[in-house]
Design a protein around this ligand. Structure first.
Ligand code: ASP
Ligand code: MG
Length: 235
């Protein structure tokens, strides 16, 4: 039976926090050798706010290059501190960056909510890439799961509604094909029937954790909080 752990932005805000996630996961498997974990992860720290700034820079066509380069640099720095083998992780990040850069090459004339979701959603894609790579490196074998194959929504960008029957079917199917005892996926995101990314509304990752818990009939869902001084406490 699956257990769902949700890590919000504060719980993955920097290298030390991501390593702490590793400690929490290791503790869990020390106590549950046959365990099965689903990690629902938010964007790092204030990354979603940063991405909203980048989205505005894009719609106003000003200062975009500087903000975007700084954003990429922040993520490269995390990789170099977090991972021993940085090459494959940088390559994965660059592929995700390139998708957003393709959006930037479009004129921001219409479909603003659509464009917002295509840009802002990258925060969770990047954070889960980092968490998954780190866990694998420290021997916590896991599979990075694209939430777009799992959470199915309508086309209401920025506040998408979950299509429950499709989502339940999709999550069960995807998870039945994964052997790794740990799955790492993105909070806050879903996909339209045309497979464009949607977001579920700000602070939507708790909701994502509930969606997975329900659809997998999870034994337990834990929302980890970054409590100063007791980083490993289960509140
Ligand atoms: N990263 C998103 C936000 O900041 C979703 C979440 O953290 O729950 O709103
Ligand atoms: Mg949050």
């Amino acid at each position: 039976m699956q257990e769902v752990f949700k890590f919000g932005g504060a719980s993955v805000k920097d290298v030390a926090s991501i390593k702490n996630v590793g400690d929490i996961v290791r503790d869990y498997f020390d106590k549950n050798s046959q365990g099965n974990l689903v990690l629902i992860v938010s964007a790092m720290g204030k990354v979603t706010n940063q991405l909203e700034g980048i989205y505005h820079a894009y719609t106003q066509q000003e200062n975009l290059v500087d903000l975007w380069n700084a954003f990429k640099t922040d993520h490269y720095e995390v990789v170099s501190e977090l991972c021993k083998e940085t090459g494959p992780v940088i390559k994965a990040l660059n592929e995700h960056f390139a998708k957003v850069e393709k959006v930037f090459s479009l004129k921001p004339v219409r479909n603003e909510a659509f464009l917002y979701d295509q840009i802002v959603s990258i925060g969770e894609v990047l954070s889960t890439t980092l968490v998954s790579a780190y866990l694998n490196e420290v021997g916590l074998e896991n599979k990075w799961v694209d939430v777009k194959n799992c959470v199915k929504t309508d086309n209401r960008y920025r506040e998408a509604n979950v299509n429950w029957p499709l989502t339940e079917k999709a999550i069960r199917k995807v998870f039945s094909q994964i052997e790794e005892p740990i799955k790492v996926t993105q909070g806050f995101l879903g996909a339209t029937p045309e497979n464009f990314t949607t977001t579920l509304g700000r602070e939507g990752s708790d909701y994502s954790a509930a969606i997975f818990s329900f659809c997998l009939n999870a034994k337990k869902m834990t929302v980890w909080k970054d409590v100063p001084g007791m980083l490993r406490g289960d509140p």
